[in-house]
Design a protein around this ligand. Structure first.
Ligand code: ARG
Length: 460
């Protein structure tokens, strides 16, 4: 008979058991479930709700069950529905009536809310470290590329010269926000829901703070109905993951473009590429494409979770069991993507000459040429027009701004002097952009130093 079978006259079919049981996926929560039960049992003993020696028996057996699961000696039973009842059932099979006392003052509703929070807090700690490793990699690469000139783009058209370090540090900022965002998410979910019972708490004198402290939570939840109805933290985490995946996908997209024959800015290592079954010459950036592609599945998980929770009346509803697969898939996907991406980045070859050549084309120093005239007293709008005409002249005559003679320059404005050539030199263009946050190596160094400090100081 089912653990809840007292008021039932009929059994459910195998098909129905298959349909509503969650053990095939929530078995992943075995450890959290057992640790939660151990804390609960100890508290029941301390509070005199069950005798202390019985609490000890429960704890000892739960520890044994944990060991047996970890050594692969336990087979879960679909009839027992989910991880919570599977473990309770095993406990009762092993120690009989005392095992039946574990669920005193507790419901699966607060139990599952606890398990997911414990699981996710743990996973966030792992993910947090992976993000720090990614950021450190960006710091290293930026430090090595302070003077690596490259074209900056808008609309995928060459715009102004910058450096690879400056470009990489833009991604550093994006992932920095991801780090502070996941920290917020972690702190908000750091509340212990046990004691909420099914929804209306319990008449037993539970010590919720003891359980919270035992399990490493910062505080206990404030409302028992909310405690069992809330999955905001799962949604918030998946929203966090969606934003982080979006950032990774942008970086991957650039790496894919940069490794084309047209760009050749970088070469992704062979170990992160694949070949073609028909075209012998091919080397494809599959890992970058896969990370870009997996962004879609994480967004899908977010939409699934939001839709599952939409319009659910308070308190617990079985719909909420659907949270787990989306959450687990999100956790697995983001962990793998951050790792693969970081390793791919570390091994990517940077083609500095091609980056510099790229910056030489496309008149990326036009703004600097206009600024030159402004410094000589020409209003910016007029300077913009003069340089526009110069660029058109160059395009028509297959020239660029370096190749024009001073005479040609003077045909467009009398303010041009010999020093124009030095002014439109790409290194000069970059090093003069000394505004805070700009690409001048001195500024990027500051940004790197701030980044290092951030990584040293940040803790969950
Ligand atoms: N397996 C359930 C879930 O994941 C556990 C809670 C079940 N509670 C209940 N009253 N049916 O949501």
């Amino acid at each position: 008979m089912k653990l809840w079978g007292g008021r039932f006259e009929k059994q459910s079919s195998k098909e129905i058991d298959d349909f509503h049981s969650s053990i095939s996926f929530d078995c992943r929560l075995y450890k959290e479930d057992i640790l939660g039960s151990i804390a609960h049992a100890e508290m029941l003993g301390n509070q005199g709700i069950i005798p202390k020696n019985q609490a000890k028996l429960l704890i000892d057996e739960l520890n044994k069950i944990l060991e047996d699961i970890e050594s692969g000696n336990i087979k879960f039973d679909i009839q027992a529905e989910d991880i919570h009842m599977n473990i309770e059932k095993i406990l009762i099979e092993r120690i009989g009536d005392i095992g039946k006392k574990l669920h005193t003052g507790r419901s699966r509703n607060d139990q599952v809310a606890l398990d997911i929070r414990l699981y996710l807090k743990n996973q966030i700690q792992i993910i947090f470290d992976k993000l720090i490793r990614l950021e450190s990699t960006l710091i290293d690469l930026s430090t090595q590329n302070l003077d690596t000139i490259m074209p900056g783009y808008t609309h995928m058209q060459k715009a102004q010269p910058t450096t690879l370090a400056h470009h990489l540090m833009a991604y550093f900022q994006m992932f920095k926000r991801d780090i502070t965002r996941i920290k917020d998410c972690y702190n908000r979910m750091d509340e212990m829901p046990l004691g909420a019972g099914a929804l209306a708490a319990t008449t037993y004198p539970l010590d919720r703070n003891f359980v919270a402290q035992k399990l490493g939570f910062k505080k206990i939840t404030d409302n028992s109905i909310d405690s069992v109805s809330d999955r905001d933290f799962v949604i918030e985490f998946t929203a966090w993951a969606s934003i982080t995946m979006m950032h990774l996908s942008r970086f991957c997209e650039e790496m894919i473009i940069w490794s084309t024959d047209e760009f050749k800015f970088i070469e992704i290592d062979d170990s992160f590429s694949t070949g073609s079954s028909i075209m012998p010459q091919k080397k494809n950036p599959d890992m970058a494409e896969l990370i870009r592609g997996k962004t879609g599945r994480v967004y899908g998980n977010l939409i699934a979770l939001l839709t599952t929770m939409k319009s659910l009346p308070l308190a617990y509803n079985k719909d909420m069991q659907e949270d787990k697969e989306s959450l687990f898939d999100t956790v697995d996907t983001i962990k793998k993507c951050i790792d693969v991406f970081t390793d791919m980045l570390k091994t990517t070859k940077i083609n500095k000459d091609r980056l510099l050549d790229g910056a030489k084309g496309g008149f990326t120093n036009s703004t600097d040429a206009a600024d030159y005239l402004v410094k000589k007293g020409v209003p910016f709008r007029d300077a913009h027009k003069i340089i526009g005409k110069l660029v058109l002249y160059c395009i028509k005559n297959d020239l660029d701004l370096y190749k024009l003679t001073l005479e040609e320059y003077k045909n467009f404005s009398p303010y041009f002097e010999q020093d124009i050539y030095q002014h439109i030199n790409l290194h000069q263009c970059v090093s003069q952009r000394e505004v805070y946050g700009g690409p001048a190596p001195e500024q990027v160094k500051i940004s790197i130093q701030n980044g290092i400090k951030f990584l040293e100081d940040i803790k969950l």
